[in-house]
Design a protein around this ligand. Sequence first.
Ligand SMILES: [Zn+2]
Length: 262
Amino acid sequence: MTSRGKARREFIKNISIASSLVSLPQLLHVPLQQGAADKKKIVIVGGHPDDPECGCGGTIPKLIEAGHTVSLLYFTNGDEGIEGKTHEKAAAIRKKECLEACKVLGTKPIFINQVDGESVAGNPQMEDFEKKLFAENPDVVFAHWPIDSHKDHQLSSVLTIQAWMETPVPFTLYYYEVCTGNQSFLFHPTDYVDITSSHALKLRALACHKSQHIITDDGKYTADMYSCGHPSIEDFRGRELGVARAEAFIRMTGKGFGKLIL
Ligand SMILES: [Zn+2]
């Protein structure tokens, strides 16, 4: 076969794969039939405990309400996240908080057990990550936007991208933002979810991460990670969408489906 013929065949194959993949609007806005085939498996990858909740905590209840199952895959255990505690003690506390947050949201926790701040993306780590991710047989995966100031966010995202490229069963990949302007950079959303009605549940899930609470100026407690600009991000994304609060995402265009700009 000529190289042009091979490329054409590959293009047609990719089109059929892409058209069979599910998107956020389909997940949230198309009424589900009563069959199990309409229920999708969704995995949200976070660098630390509370990252999936910060970036997707308002979207998760809407996905669950639409009949899908959602798992939160925590890349590290936040081992460095409690001052004065050893890695082991901090990890044990924060994993317990993850379980509580997952209970509030109705999600399943998955732990990769890498060490906070010391994450590695070598071949053994990639194999372990893919094994745990593929075991979920996901239809849709959400990962950190890779242009991020935190290495754990970067590496968990890069491993997800690698898995997306290698998976024997294609899944849709979305990116989410955390602490934009401080951690996520150059984030230009393609998809939005109105989280006005689910925001209270997001805050309840974040409240489970008690070890991360800080006292605000008015004497109240808030989640440290969430206070890193997330209320403003939700407000701004809401303005872009025309609602009170929103979470925003970038859909990965896949395997030859990038836009031609020149
Ligand atoms: Zn994080």
